[in-house]
Ligand binder design. Structure first.
Ligand SMILES: [Cu+2]
Length: 226
């Protein structure tokens, strides 16, 4: 081959490699395709009578090193999944381990609890209806109107962990704030949830990175018929 053809060939090979690389990157950055199902736990006495009871355990991490392969290991994330499936007309008790630090929240409305059983959440053993708006790590905010039937609005503020209580090692998670709450689900349908604390990238707004991509600070909240 003359030099010119070799050069052109190399360009084509490099180009193909680049396209393959971009394809791999894009598919890796795609939304989280996993779904976490609630675990049956008997029945629970609620203000709406005795309901089927389920539990769901989640964590909120300061990075994504807990995932076996994350396209963005340095991004904050809910885990092990960001898509949750729960039965309709049931009581679901969430236990969330919050490992991240925090700051004042932009909109203090999201420091107040909404949509939980009895209007409270339990933080490290104590029932509260709101948390200090200056010390928010993340929020778990579900909303939506499914088929014009159930209108859902749930807001759970997650208090921050003081920075000096966090591990300095990447992927090591210690001293979580334990946030427990129960919700009573309505009709089946697919809803969305997201975090309302600007915990993402960006010098001014911090709604970029994990806040503007699915699978980190947002996902699906799927309510199914029993
Ligand atoms: Cu967040």
């Amino acid at each position: 081959m003359n030099r010119r053809i070799v050069g052109a060939f190399a360009t084509v090979v490099l180009g193909a490699g680049l396209i393959a690389g971009i394809g791999t990157y894009v598919s890796a950055a795609k939304a989280d395709t996993t779904i976490l199902d609630a675990t049956p736990a008997g029945t629970l006495e609620t203000p709406q009578g005795t309901l089927k009871h389920y539990t769901m355990d989640l964590s909120i991490y300061p990075d994504s090193f807990f995932k076996t392969s994350s396209p963005h290991p340095d991004w904050v994330s809910y885990g092990p999944s960001t898509n949750f499936r729960v039965p309709a007309h049931s009581a679901i008790t969430f236990t969330m381990k919050q490992y991240d630090s925090g700051e004042p929240i932009t909109n203090d409305f999201f420091a107040r609890v909404a949509g939980t059983m009895n209007g409270t959440i339990n933080i490290n053993g104590k029932d509260v209806t709101k948390v200090d708006a200056n010390t928010i790590g993340h929020t778990f905010t579900v909303r939506g109107l499914s088929n014009g039937k159930s209108n859902v609005f749930i807001n759970v503020p997650m208090p921050m962990v003081p920075e000096d209580k966090m591990s300095e090692n990447e992927g090591e998670y210690i001293n979580p704030t334990i946030v427990k709450f129960t919700i009573i689900t309505g009709d089946a349908g697919e809803y969305v949830w997201n975090c309302e604390f600007p915990c993402g990238d960006g010098t001014l707004a911090r709604f970029g990175g994990p806040m503007s991509s699915q699978g980190f600070m947002s996902g699906h909240f799927i309510v199914t018929d029993n």
